[in-house]
Write a protein of this length. Structure first.
Length: 144
């Protein structure tokens, strides 16, 4: 599988053996991603090839560092300092739809109100003409 950051400055290729991913609800992942959880795919470090350049990294604690793109801000990795594995953010994969959550971690920090969103009202991007017109004016198409 392949993936990378929003601006394209950092790209990767990774050999995956299954489509299993997980959701991490810990406060560190919430803060690192700006979301109520982080969707992550764990892989062996040796399975990842950075095809453009290595991500920028910041020690997020004594036991881990986070990889990201300093140009566009995309969070890319969680990397335990004593692990042979690393976790790639599901949203950074080109075919993120292929990955499926199979479990939760850090549930002590889970926000219950965000647990089941299946019945909330939905809108497609094209249903918002003001957003569509801005994209058409600036890019000529609505991004993926």
């Amino acid at each position: 599988m392949t993936g990378g950051c929003q601006c394209g400055g950092i790209r990767y290729s990774v050999v995956v053996t299954d489509d299993d991913a997980y959701l991490c609800h810990c406060r560190m992942c919430q803060r690192a991603t700006g979301g109520v959880f982080a969707a992550l795919k764990q892989v062996p470090r040796a399975a990842v090839t950075w095809t453009t350049r290595q991500p920028d990294r910041r020690a997020s604690s004594e036991i881990a560092q986070r990889g990201f793109c300093a140009e566009c801000g995309t969070p890319l990795t969680y990397e335990g300092v004593r692990s042979d594995n690393l976790d790639l953010t599901v949203g950074s994969f080109d075919e993120a739809h292929r990955l499926k959550p199979v479990g939760h971690f850090g549930v002590e920090s889970r926000h219950p109100a965000w647990r089941d969103t299946a019945n909330l009202p939905e809108k497609r991007t094209q249903d918002l003409p003001n957003i569509v017109s801005q994209w058409m004016e600036t890019r000529g198409h609505v991004p993926d």
